[in-house]
Ligand binder design. Structure first.
Ligand code: ASP
Ligand code: MG
Length: 405
């Protein structure tokens, strides 16, 4: 008898037919003799709808009350899923995060799990029940309801799988698994049978977001092997696990494009120590995340000056350029320009560690397509370039064709 954690995301429980579908799948797994813990998200759109309601009242609602409000989304789904299982003749009990023993710190709206004491989950499983746990929520030592950040049901599932020492953790979603590229952009994209934690993290950071980043980091830390698969068919999904030697045989596991970034260039910054520090400190104080950074040195009228370019998330662009404009008197730069029509194209693969010439091949492919590269950044297992947004889809196809086929 195996213990399986199955997580169903918002679209997988998006209406009562979908919830009945989940109940059928869970009933089938249970009929095979396994113990099943189900983690569910709020029905799709519910969390966004609740946030919208609060913001109709005030732009900055209390974070404690937001947790109180948002936790109700998942509570609807656990109860409805239990009801659907009962209707299918399967004994099932729903539990809130707190009832399942999930204890978090007190940072409302993005709490971290501190420990899980799943005694009640074990007791109910041993009595023959399917246990349905509300994703995305927990409780502090003092009994305050908390939530784990958007997409946090993934984290609930992974953390519960670790705490229960589950034999299997399945993340059910509306795609068949992790693909070599977005199949809507690249028709020849293939589903990956397996991928390493690090590749999954880099791809998510590069815009190909299948799961909450923190949940993948948690899985890596606690060595939770999991499968990402569809709740709408029986196809096997993608196994996410620690890197194995044979994974290095593949140079590029995936290609992705992030169209949600914008570029800011600060021109004519006097080339002196401390200027860059001042710029990025001001941005970090404004809680703006910076991704790529490039600096060029040139001479203007005999003085050494630099142009500093960097990328931020598109929604932060206005705020970021205001912060920089505010530094003009102090830093004495010439001007600030912004560019919203960029895309960040990335290739990811642990095989890059042991293969050379990968960057050259990527740049040659882009040159052949007539695609100009604006910025470049690399990590051990990722190469990213900033290109014109209008070239984005064509560039993804060409690079996928060059490395994956
Ligand atoms: N309902 C929450 C959200 O929409 C958590 C989740 O879906 O995982 O972010
Ligand atoms: Mg979700």
């Amino acid at each position: 008898m195996a213990l399986i954690v199955q997580k169903y995301g918002g679209t997988s429980v998006g209406n009562t037919d979908r919830i009945k579908n989940v109940a059928r799948r869970v009933a089938k797994s249970r009929a095979e003799g396994d113990q099943i813990v189900v983690v569910v998200s709020a029905m799709s759109g519910v969390t966004d709808g609740l946030i919208k309601l609060a913001k109709e009242i005030t732009p900055l609602p209390s974070e404690r009350e937001m947790d109180m409000l948002l936790a109700t989304g998942e509570q609807q789904t656990i109860a409805l899923t239990a009801v659907a299982l009962h209707a299918a003749g399967v004994p099932a009990v729903s539990l809130t995060g707190a009832q399942a023993g999930i204890v978090t710190d007190g940072v409302h709206t993005k709490a971290k799990i501190q420990n899980i004491t799943p005694d009640e989950v074990h007791r109910l499983l041993d009595a023959g029940n399917v246990v349905i746990v509300a994703g995305f929520q927990g409780q502090t030592e003092e009994g305050q309801i908390t939530t784990l950040g958007r997409g946090g049901s993934d984290l609930t599932a992974i953390a519960l799988a670790a705490a229960l020492k589950a034999d299997l953790c399945q993340i059910y979603t509306d795609v068949d698994g992790v693909y070599t590229a977005d199949p809507r952009l690249v028709p020849s994209a293939r589903k990956l049978p397996e991928i390493s934690y690090d590749e999954m993290l880099e791809l998510a950071g590069a815009g190909a977001k299948v799961m909450q980043l923190r949940s993948v980091e948690f899985a890596k830390k606690f060595d939770v092997i999991f499968e990402v698969r569809s709740s709408l068919n029986e196809n096997p999904g993608t196994i996410v696990k620690e890197e194995t030697k044979s994974m290095e045989d593949v140079v590029v596991r995936g290609v992705s494009i992030d169209k949600n970034q914008a570029k800011i260039t600060v021109e004519g910054v006097p080339d002196q120590p401390g200027r860059a520090a001042r710029i990025f400190k001001a941005l970090s104080e404004a809680a703006i995340n910076v991704d790529m950074i490039v600096q060029n040195v040139s001479h203007a009228g005999g003085v050494r000056v630099t142009d500093i370019s960097f990328t931020v998330d598109k929604p932060d662009l206005l705020k970021a350029s205001k912060v920089i404009e505010g530094l003009k008197p102090e830093l004495a730069f010439t001007s600030v320009t912004t560019d919203e029509s960029i895309g960040k194209l990335s290739i990811v693969g642990v095989g890059m560690r042991s293969h050379s010439g990968v960057a050259a091949r990527m740049f040659e492919t882009l040159a052949h397509e007539g695609v100009n590269i604006g910025m470049i950044s690399t990590s051990e297992i990722k190469i990213s370039v900033v290109i014109d947004l209008k070239d984005g889809d064509r560039a993804v196809k060409a690079v996928h064709e060059a490395f994956i086929g």
